[in-house]
Design a binder for this molecule. Structure first.
Ligand SMILES: [Zn+2]
Length: 249
């Protein structure tokens, strides 16, 4: 059976049979893959406690027809600080669900792998978690070809000069005063919301880790990103609905 090795992050798992576990993972080189971890639910087995969502590690796998089989898995990052905090854990699950939902199987996306792992790294220590979540979603939109237009008009490309700023999800960004009458889903927003969206779009996970603290995400900015996600991938994030219901600020 052909084998391959890759660095993988577990996005979600479900049970198979008596003792096995199926894991949907994002591989750095291989993209989104489905794998079976045999005996993963048995205590004392070689995968016991290892094949869990948000764990990253070096894996050796066998290629199968519909499923790959994990032969070895050495964990390099368990994201323990995320798992020890219920709010952070829920955000981590939203990040994993969005990653899963936005990728086709086995389409390599090293950029998404880095975005996923950098955002989880920042989430571990950040005080203001919503900034991490919404920066992640905005940058995931950009990687998958749905980057919102926040500088000029999304409909005609004109520079936005009006005092009154209008945003449209269906058009994918700002709308100028000339195009307003053509668009049905306009929302009026202030400069601060646009500033927030641009900051999150450009958020540098390496250089500006500390800048995540003290950054407040307005309801309008959050709503725009959620609607953009829904429109681009055709579904709501179930874990985000759970998060909002249970951790309303
Ligand atoms: Zn326009």
């Amino acid at each position: 059976m052909p084998t391959f090795s890759d660095q993988i992050t577990v996005l979600r798992v479900y049970d198979l049979g008596e003792a096995d576990r199926i894991a949907i993972c994002l591989g750095k080189k291989t993209g989104k893959i489905s794998c079976v971890a045999k005996g993963a639910r048995k205590s004392g087995g070689k995968f016991s406690g290892k094949v869990q969502p948000l764990n990253t590690g070096d894996a050796l796998l066998y290629t199968g027809k519909s499923l790959n089989t994990i032969n070895q898995f050495e964990i390099t990052e368990t994201n323990l600080k995320i798992k020890a905090n219920l709010l952070k854990q829920c955000i981590g699950i939203v990040i994993a669900e969005a990653t899963d939902a936005s990728l086709e199987k086995e389409a390599p996306s090293e950029e998404t792998f880095f975005l996923l792992n950098q955002s989880l790294f920042c989430l571990s220590d950040a005080q203001f978690n919503s900034m991490i979540l919404y920066s992640f979603l905005l940058q995931l939109l950009a990687i998958t070809g749905f980057q919102p237009e926040l500088t000029s008009c999304a409909n005609c490309s004109n520079t936005i000069t009006a005092q009154k700023i209008m945003l449209s999800t269906s058009s994918g960004g700002l709308i100028c005063s000339d195009c307003c009458h053509l668009i049905h889903d306009l929302v009026s927003v202030d400069q601060d919301t646009i500033f927030q969206l641009k900051s999150m779009q450009q958020f540098d996970w390496h250089l500006e880790k500390s800048n995540a603290d003290g950054f407040f995400v307005s309801n309008k900015a959050a709503e725009f990103i959620e609607k953009m996600y829904e429109q681009s991938w055709g579904k709501k994030l179930r874990s985000l609905e759970f998060l909002k219901k249970n951790f309303a600020s």
